[in-house]
Ligand binder design. Sequence first.
Ligand code: GTP
Length: 341
Amino acid sequence: MASPITQAILLIGGLGTRLRPLTYQRPKALLPLLNCPLISYEIRLFARHGVTDLIMAVSYGADAIKDELGDGSRWGVRLHYVEEEQRLDTAGAIRNCAALIDGPFFACNGDLVYDVDLTTMAAAHLRQSALVTFCLRRVDDISAYGLIQCDDGGRVTAFKEKVNSDETGRNTVNSGFYAMDPQVLDYIPDNQPYSNETDLFPALLARREPLYGWTDTQPGYWSDVGRIETYLEAHVSLLHGAVSWVKPDDMRTGIHEGAHITEPVAIASGATIAAGCRIGPDVAVGEGCRIDEGAVVRRSMLWPDSVVGAGAHVNETIVASEASVAAHSSHSGEVIVPSDA
Ligand code: GTP
């Protein structure tokens, strides 16, 4: 797969307020998903389509992001970082990357796990000479999304935020992935907060600019990891193989022979699991975690260096790095952070 568009801007500067308190510990782009940073799934998608220059629009948590992702060579791409001193919102952040853009480019929200045919999308964008091509998803319930209506030729006719029904019956919503012509940068004010959804896109439509919707003929997995519930859902779906090219990095070594593992689970290196534990299904155990004797963990994420005490029961729960679950305690549907956080 070789997309004719080879640059992308990944928007990863948001505060991630809906994922607090987890995002106090690390920015959303670095939330572990199967023990890899959330943003690595978009990086790998772009890499698979030959999009090799990825411009990371960073702000909140910028230093941690740069430290963890580095230059991108481990994924075979080049990562460039453009930092906003004050967050510029989604369109402002794109404009802030203008100096690095030298042709048509992709832009995307950085909190998605998406399996989409970017090569075909890029070709459609160029063929139609669109200013912006919106990657659309069909969903049953449109109420939580931005509805995008198009005419029969695919040209965008309306943006409607969070409405309950679509009189066209198409139910196509904004997936958060775009292909853009560099001219779009001229419509975004420099160095001030400006939003894609509420400022830029309606303004472009009002000017009758060529905006097109594109829908993948074979839609792959798509998840917006904006809330704790969707974060857990994405974790479970990926463990169950929702994206064919994602396989859990399983490095299990320190498991006592008297522990019982029910797949699917992903266990990182340096994790120890003691005798009598029952782990899984649907569990990720991060690097350096310790699970003490007789603990039971199901449908949960243990971030690196967290501890589950002996005999504890952990279900549908996220245990952040350095946090400890007390021995013999019971937790369901919780987020556990270190006691000094
Ligand atoms: P919430 O606070 O929970 O709504 O999360 P968020 O801050 O991530 O906002 P939202 O989910 O609406 O953002 C969509 C994407 O745009 C995410 O990947 C954000 O990181 C990114 N984003 C939002 N605001 C900014 C910004 O001001 N600058 C940059 N560079 N990215 C942003």
